[in-house]
Design a binder for this molecule. Structure first.
Ligand code: SF4
Length: 360
């Protein structure tokens, strides 16, 4: 059981980041925020796969003007991502966003930071501040003699000073780099110094395959050390993959439950059925299920019964046929082409028994 670092709770309406709250999964829309219908459509799709908090880019006043409607119709609390123009931050607060992601260093000087921070505080809007290794101000790198981790820490600590001196303490912090080792070091160092809740992410991680691996490694190391209160897996492409990847990382560490865990063997020379197809079929079968079931799909009886015994439902291949188990009990023996439909039938029975619904 991972023991989580104690952080101060930050409130976003009913949602809480940090404190005793579960690690929250978030994502960011990649639609044009000025297109309200497309943005709301994407937010709804993300909510359906388990996203709990959504960030939208607010690049100009036209986008800011659409925020009110987005906030009103969104099934998820909305975070406005603002850079360079403090007026956009004020407009977002006015529109009712739950949180602002700002860089206090680039919105026009201490007086404007104060104006934004006071408005956020008065309206119960949380703030996220953070450093990104790719956009650090030159002066921090010069001061740290090129040490990116130290430069990121100095940058974020300056931002925190600006915001806390203006009187706000509902702050979430991020320290993102596209380099996994840098990310781990900077979060570890920050976590040892401060109790602000942390938004974890590997920035610009890339396409789905590489990005998921990088995020799994970087976030996994930190989460296993109890560091991290909300996560975003940044992936190029459909943001729904960010959410499903985030849950797989959290499920692997027993930090959150959502949807089934599918255990499948890699196959070897003992396997005498087309297991890959069956596993793909099972994944397809369960991809939208919200229930925390443990499913095992094994190529043969060497490890099959062992894994299947732990599973709510298991399948172990034989020669052109296979067995379906429920924990230790063998339910059925089926020919290869009947295995997947039989597995699906047994799965529906379990869902019906446990959750009273034939499907989701
Ligand atoms: S379960 Fe059987 S087929 Fe799968 S890897 Fe293990 S020994 Fe090989």
């Amino acid at each position: 059981m991972i023991s989580r670092r104690k952080t101060r709770p930050v409130h976003l309406g009913k949602l809480v980041i940090g404190g005793e709250a579960p690690i929250l999964v978030q994502s960011m829309t990649n639609t044009d925020t000025r297109n309200v219908a497309a943005t709301l459509q994407q937010i709804t799709e993300l909510a359906a796969v388990g996203c709990e908090l959504i960030r939208v880019a607010v690049p100009d006043q036209e986008a800011a003007a659409k925020l009110r409607e987005i906030v009103r119709e969104s099934p998820l609390p909305v975070v406005a991502d603002i850079h360079f123009d403090y007026r956009l931050a004020l407009a977002a607060i006015e529109a009712g966003v739950a949180k602002l992601r700002i860089n206090p260093g680039n919105i026009g000087g201490p007086e404007r930071v104060k104006t934004v921070v006071h408005a956020a505080q008065a309206n119960g809007v949380a703030l996220r501040v953070g450093a990104n290794a790719g956009s650090l101000h030159r002066s921090y790198l010069e001061r740290s003699k090129g040490d990116v981790v130290q430069a990121m820490l100095a940058s974020v600590e300056d931002q925190l000073r600006l915001v806390t001196e203006a009187g706000h303490d509902q702050i979430v912090v991020s320290l993102k780099s596209s380099d996994v080792v840098e990310t781990i070091q900077v979060y570890q160092t920050f976590a040892a110094r401060w109790d602000f809740p942390l938004h974890l992410g590997i920035t610009e991680a890339g396409l789905r395959w590489r990005g998921t691996i990088k995020s799994g490694v970087g976030l996994g190391v930190l989460l296993a050390q109890g560091i991290g209160d909300t996560i975003r897996v940044s992936l190029t492409g459909d943001p729904r993959h960010e959410v499903t990847a985030a849950y797989e990382i959290l499920k692997a560490l027993h930090l959150r439950e959502r949807g089934p865990v599918v255990v499948a063997c890699p196959t070897c020379g003992r396997c005498q059925i087309e297991l890959e197809k069956i596993v793909e079929g099972v994944e397809e079968l369960v991809k939208d299920l919200p229930y925390p079931l443990h499913l095992a799909v094994m190529g043969c009886v060497v490890n099959g019964p062992g894994e299947a015994a732990r599973a709510d439902l298991g399948l172990a291949g034989g020669k052109g046929e296979g067995l379906i188990f429920r924990h230790r009990k063998i339910l059925r023996k089926e020919k290869q082409d009947r295995l997947l439909p039989a597995f699906a039938e047994e799965l529906q029975k379990i869902i019906q028994e446990r959750y009273g619904s034939p499907d989701q």
